[in-house]
Structures are given as structure tokens and as C-alpha cells.
Design a protein around this ligand. Structure first.
Ligand code: SAM
Length: 275
């Protein structure tokens, strides 16, 4: 893959997803695209770039993202969600949690952990003593290897770059060639394996659900069923964050109010009519 080809593809990936493909990801990109070249019977990456420019380009960009994003994640990815979580969603919930109410956040496709750890940092920034209250962030994924990585909480120096130096200092400690999440951060987190299409083993409801860049891989019936299950799993006023290229469709859409780009609040269920 030439420099120009890499830059072109990286620019498309960034434009479509906000994901930055650093030079160190070039071999990963090549490995992922090799499969795609075989499927399309294309001879090389130049021919693939031509396809991205052709009439098939828009469709191919979706395949490109799928090839790239299987487990791809990043700290504070789609940063506006974390701003909104910290500024608009959590403050009232934290006030209630301090008064004894249960507070539950869920990263429903947490990959290697960057998303739930970003949620945890956002929470602890505003609620440093969260661990002393009934407050938890649940991180689940279908991929056991990813769950194990999240649980371990070790990240490369490159991965923690978007965290920023003050938060790295506060929430991580250097370990080998990277960083380990500190116990304070992990104390409010729980990790587990869960396929979103299976039954969910939860006894209570959630206040915040992040399910980003995953439902896009589901067919529309499965996706709409998932939105309905999230609606049922959220408390009234609870917040749902979905991925940049996803949208809330189907019957559940009426149960939510949009509060920003790909973010929603669960409506109150109307009280039953008095007889
Ligand atoms: C692209 S990553 C998204 C990670 C994170 N949510 C983000 O936006 O940065 C997609 C994740 O969804 C997980 N996944 C795919 N199908 C799933 C399913 N049926 N149930 C739970 N997780 C699933 C994959 O293992 C992968 O870790």
C-alpha cells in the first residue's frame, strides 16, 4: 500500500467514522483489506482506491468501515457524547445517587474497554466518591477476548493519547510500555460477556446506555428489537447513546426524545387513564 493510498483510505475512514488511523495501523488496515480484495477479486490497493471513487464507492465505504471497525474503539471516541454525559446527563443523576438512589451505566458493546473507561472517567470527574455509593458501570461485549482486555485495563501509550495528560495522571499508572487503569477507576466498573441478542441477566434498570457502532452490523429487525429492549431497560429520563452512523428507528423511536446527535432520552411512560 503506497503512502498516497494509505492517506486516502485513512481520510475516508476518518471522515466517515472519526477514527484516526495512525501510521502504526497501516499493516492492520492492509490485513483487513486483503480479505476484501479477495472477495472483490481486485489485484491491489490501487484498484481498491479506484472502487472507492466509483459508483460503488458509497456502498464500499460501508464495507471499509466494517472491515476496520470490528473491534475498533478509542478513548473518548465521538467526544460530544462524553461532554453531554458529563454536562447534561449525569449531574442530576449524581445528586440523586448522593441521596441514596441506585445509578447504573452500561457500555453494551464495550470492545477492549476504552468506551466504559471513558464513561468511568467522566463519572468520576464529577463524582469522585462514586464508589462509596450504589453506582456502577457495566461493560459487556460478545467477544471474550475483548472482555478480558477490558477487565485487565492495560492500554498502550498510543491508545491513551486521547485521554489527555491530566486524566492519564489521575486515572492511570505507567506499566511496561503502556498504562494500567488505577484501582479507583476499576472500582466502579464490572465486566462481563454478553451477546446483545441473548437474554439479559439484569434485575434493575439503567440510567445510561452506550451502544455505539455495533447495531450497524445487525439487520434492521434485530436492530429495531434492540432499540425496544433498550427502551425497556432504561429508567424514565435515562439516556441512550448510539453510534455516529446509526439511527433510532422502528417502534422504539416514539419512546425516545432526541437530545443531540445520536443521543436520546427515554420518555416518561404515560400514566394509565383513571377510571
Ligand atoms: C466497533 S466495536 C464498538 C466499540 C465501542 N462501542 C465504540 O463505539 O467504540 C463493536 C463491538 O461490538 C461487539 N459486538 C458485535 N456483536 C455483538 C453482539 N451481538 N453482542 C454484544 N457485542 C457485540 C464486538 O465484539 C465489538 O467489540
Amino acid at each position: 500500500m503506497t503512502d498516497a493510498q494509505f492517506r486516502k483510505i485513512a481520510a475516508i475512514v476518518h471522515q466517515d467514522s472519526g477514527i484516526i488511523l495512525s501510521e502504526s495501523k497501516r499493516s492492520l488496515l492492509m490485513a483487513r483489506l486483503n480479505r476484501r480484495l479477495r472477495v472483490l477479486a481486485l489485484p491491489d490497493y490501487g484498484a481498491y482506491c479506484d472502487r472507492l471513487d466509483s459508483g460503488d464507492g458509497p456502498e464500499e465505504r460501508r464495507h471499509l468501515l466494517s472491515a476496520i471497525t470490528t473491534n475498533v474503539t478509542a478513548f473518548f471516541r465521538e467526544g460530544h457524547h462524553f461532554q453531554s454525559l458529563g454536562q447534561d446527563v449525569l449531574p442530576a443523576m449524581i445528586t440523586q445517587a448522593r441521596a441514596g438512589r441506585r445509578l447504573r451505566l452500561w457500555s453494551a458493546a464495550s470492545s477492549s474497554g476504552e468506551e466504559p473507561y471513558s464513561m468511568a472517567m467522566t463519572l468520576l470527574d464529577a463524582f469522585p466518591d462514586a464508589a462509596n455509593h450504589d453506582t456502577l458501570i457495566l461493560a459487556t461485549d460478545i467477544d471474550p477476548e475483548m472482555v478480558e482486555r477490558s477487565r485487565r485495563g492495560h492500554f498502550s501509550a498510543e491508545a491513551v493519547t486521547p485521554v489527555g495528560a491530566p486524566r492519564v495522571k489521575r486515572y492511570f499508572q505507567p506499566q511496561g510500555d503502556g498504562y494500567d487503569a488505577k484501582t479507583d477507576l476499576k472500582r466502579v466498573m464490572r465486566f462481563g460477556e454478553l451477546n446483545l441478542h441473548d437474554d439479559w441477566p439484569f434485575s434493575g434498570k439503567f440510567d445510561v446506555i452506550f451502544c455505539r457502532n455495533t447495531a450497524i452490523y445487525f439487520d434492521s429487525a434485530a436492530r429495531q428489537r434492540l432499540w425496544s429492549r433498550f427502551a425497556a431497560a432504561l429508567n424514565e429520563g435515562g439516556a441512550l447513546f448510539i453510534g455516529h452512523s446509526e439511527r433510532l428507528d422502528g417502534p422504539a423511536a416514539a419512546l425516545f426524545q432526541a437530545t443531540g446527535t445520536t443521543q436520546y432520552r427515554r420518555n416518561a411512560t404515560p400514566a394509565p387513564a383513571r377510571t
